[in-house]
Design a protein around this ligand. Structure first.
Ligand code: ZN
Ligand code: FE
Ligand code: FE
Ligand code: ZN
Length: 269
């Protein structure tokens, strides 16, 4: 059975839906576990307009509690956060980690350089004039550092930098390889995030060639939707699962109280 650990709540101001509706979707999809991982607060505030504020954390925990109440015995609900990797973020991530007994923390890169949230559609003009190779180089350097930080349980949407389909020409493995090495050495997991199918890049994060390298390096992986609405929970998991098997993955990761365990793909529970 499958799980979905990357999902959002309206507290980030760009997701919609009541906890009960998200849980109903998860039950309908037959998930074994459901994980909530909204965009974590960022310090110092105000930081941007697409995440919860630190003052929202109690409301976030209430939201998770409502999801748990609705799921009852039928579906374990895990509590997480999607955290932002930024230079010198270690102290802040440590602080966030201590605010609750989280089941997992996701490390994601949405910001580069001068606080550029490169995956925000408002920057399409900037992308059109950008040096794509240079941006990719910086992005993958940051991703490699995030992997080496040891702060997170799994790493989000590995090649999000391709979201608007600005991709260097030629073999992309030279960008992937240092990140793959760092992820494998630090024994952390990644996700196959199906949201990319619905973005200009029109494919999952990460690409098939990244997935193949990750499977060869025996990197643990989990399948996620990055749902920002109930209808998006477990979306395209059939496609994701086919890609995982084709890349050579045999297990999927589950997370509880910041420990990971591996479940064989196709296991019935
Ligand atoms: Zn989001
Ligand atoms: Fe993200
Ligand atoms: Fe997300
Ligand atoms: Zn995400």
């Amino acid at each position: 059975m499958l799980t979905d650990y990357h999902t959002h709540t309206p507290l980030c101001h760009h997701a919609q839906g009541e906890p009960e509706a998200f849980i109903e979707s998860a039950l309908k999809a037959g998930l074994a576990e459901y994980g909530i991982s909204d965009h974590a607060p960022q310090s110092p505030e105000p930081f941007d307009d697409w995440r919860m504020l630190l003052a929202d954390l109690p409301t976030y925990l209430e939201w998770i509690e409502r999801a748990r109440q609705h799921a009852g015995e039928k579906l374990p609900v895990r509590a997480g956060l999607e955290c932002d990797w930024l230079p010198h973020c270690q102290k802040w991530i440590d602080q966030l980690a201590d605010t609750y007994h989280w089941d997992y923390l996701i490390g994601s890169i949405h910001y580069l350089g001068d606080k550029w949230d490169f995956d925000n559609p408002k920057w399409l003009g900037r992308w059109a004039e950008a040096d794509v190779e240079e941006i990719w180089t910086t992005y993958w350097q940051e991703y490699t550092q995030m992997a080496s930080s040891g702060l997170f349980d799994f790493l989000g949407h590995p090649d999000l930098i391709k979201k608007f389909a600005y991709v260097p020409t030629g073999d992309l493995r030279k960008y992937y390889e240092p990140a793959i090495t760092a992820i494998a050495e630090n024994k952390i997991a990644i996700e196959l995030n199906t949201a990319g199918f619905h973005k200009p890049c029109a494919e999952q994060y990460p690409s098939a060639s990244f997935l193949k390298l990750a499977a060869e390096a025996q990197i643990p992986i989990t399948l996620t939707s990055d749902a920002h609405a109930p209808s998006e929970v477990a979306r395209d998991f059939d496609k994701g699962l086919t890609l995982l098997k084709a890349a050579g993955f045999t297990h999927l990761s589950r997370f509880h109280q910041r420990t990971r365990h591996e479940v064989p793909i196709g296991k019935k529970i």
